[in-house]
Design a protein around this ligand. Sequence first.
Ligand code: NAD
Length: 332
Amino acid sequence: MGVVIGKGSIKKLKSFVDELSPYKTAIITNTTLEKLWLGKILEQVSATPIVIPDGEEFKSLETARQIWKELLEIGFTRKSLIIGLGGGVVTDLAAFVASTFMRGTYLGLIPTTLLAQVDAAIGGKTGINFEGKNIIGTFYLPEFVITDPETLKTLPEVEILNGLGEVVKYGILDSGVYRKLKFFRGIDEGLIGECVNVKLRIVEKDMRERGRRRILNLGHTVGHAMEKVSGYRIKHGFAVSIGLMASALIAEKINGFDSGKVEELLDRFNLPKKHSFEPKELLKVMKMDKKAWYGRLVFVLPEDIGKVAVREVDEKTVSTVLEAMRDDSGHN
Ligand SMILES: NC(=O)c1ccc[n+]([C@@H]2O[C@H](COP(=O)([O-])OP(=O)(O)OC[C@H]3O[C@@H](n4cnc5c(N)ncnc54)[C@H](O)[C@@H]3O)[C@@H](O)[C@H]2O)c1
């Protein structure tokens, strides 16, 4: 998989497409990106745009079905190319469609949110929501990923913050990213590139999440539970931020980790650290998580910056920490 990250890299799309020389090309995007960035693509390559409505609810089997149908109608083959242009919703869906249509077409991704650039478009997980989030999906690697930080210029501030939740996670997993965040000078190709490298290094050794890849779930045990309990009203990156704080505080109790290091990063970006959920409800959901181990509470815990371990944690410790993090003043 070739990942290119750089200012203006979107202009390199033509050379990637020329090299693959696909029979046909289709671009899956949504109505928001259609107005902002689709033109930049169509001026380089001749392709059929497939535009879906904007929203997580369209990462669905029904949308996939409509796209499969459209691909058949335009005579798409396996030697054809699907390009996903958008945030994680579009890149997950485009990758799912590419991996399933005729057992797999060529795939290229152009992630346009910070979250998709550092996370969703990297690592080969595809998916759609079906009776639950990301229930149906495949592992499928794209031929190329083009990440242009320029596309973030049109991204609303709240979506930048959403992505920063995951960026802070990389900062705990890796001391290089941590230093970049401590001396933060803005989101640029250097920071995005370091985050991508952290993920690629981990995924390379364990694409199907049988072992090491689990460490990427740092902050997600509590984060996913909050998303679920809130009916997905809380943004993923914000849930992860609170989840990171929870992991840091649990780690402090278990191995003496200095949770102040995580708190400092979250404060720097004004990311949330408190929640207004009922700890009992969160615990119930955590035990049923698809990534949980048969009802046990398993956490990725920092031991130091750049060093984490996967540990089972007793319910009492988790509930004490969640209770201490409560703030019922109406945030979240
Ligand atoms: N496959 C994976 O490994 C993985 C990892 C993390 C998240 N995800 C998935 O990613 C999805 C969330 O992704 P997201 O946070 O990018 O949300 P999103 O795709 O919904 O994008 C957020 C909003 O920003 C808009 N947008 C995107 N790029 C823009 C731009 N450059 N300028 C202006 N507006 C723009 C979108 O239209 C949307 O309204 C979830 O479905 C999640 O399951 C997948």
